[in-house]
Design a protein around this ligand. Sequence first.
Ligand SMILES: [Fe+2]
Length: 327
Amino acid sequence: MNEHASTNLLPVEAARHRVLTVALLILIVAAGHWWTPRGESHFLVLHVLMRKLFILPVLLAAIWFDFRGAAISAAAVMLVYLPHVILQWAGHAEENVNQIGEVATVWIVAGIAGVLVRREKSALKARAQAYYGAVRALVAALDTREHDTGLHSERVCSFALRLATELKLADSELRALELGALLHDIGKIGVPDAILLKPGGLSDDEWRQMREHPELGARILSATPFLEEAVVVVRSHHERFDGSGYPCGLAGDQIPLLARVFAVADVFDAITSKRPYHEALSDAVAVQEIEESAGSHFDPRVVEAFRSVPETEWRELRERVSAESGE
Ligand SMILES: [Fe+2]
């Protein structure tokens, strides 16, 4: 699985917001607890209720950050709660026993919630890895049929993700792009060998059949919820920025951004790989061809991002894909 999809790291900004939310919640509960009446007041029930609310930030931290988050937030609760016990309840032995029970409850909740959330996350990760493994096996089989190698889609996927990080796309978009790039040509499963592998030019009718593969691929994927997010790339990967592509003849921003990103990666790999009709050309030649097609075939913004990635990185990505696959 690609590193972007395999990690569960939250974007730094979102993680910071969550930490602040937990911290703020602890402070609000602590303030409410300190300032609600104590002793013989009729409102003592409010004071006890506020004490119970300390469990909320601990649960929230467990959900967001699993065991470690739960433990840190429980420690933070202790920091604000214990001074209150020591300073405001000194000498109340009976109440102190209740408070010890409350401290134990916070830690027990932190421990159980943290462990359960950690187990659930690792189960989800294992399930995602199994899905990705199945997708990659299918993609390798399809690639081998057309390209004599199972690596075309893996390389395109790797290039597309590099472009996407250059364009600062969100994690959810990276996941959709990864699946879409891997599965872009899955619709070719419905194209007969006689057309797909035909060495010469195609007749009009054969082209018509070939051009059905994006729609067919999108239909195949939309039946599987796990793969649904890849549909936009699969359906639109042969659209061209000037509107001359297929299947819909979309132009400019009408083409989903992920498909525009993918198109550059796909052509870059096509030019730099050995194909029945041409030898592998150099990265420099591919870069030049892609630059010349900015505004016609490709989105100029994506081409600009492509140009800002050092050429050595493309070679490294290609070598890494080969090394990981053992080919
Ligand atoms: Fe295709």
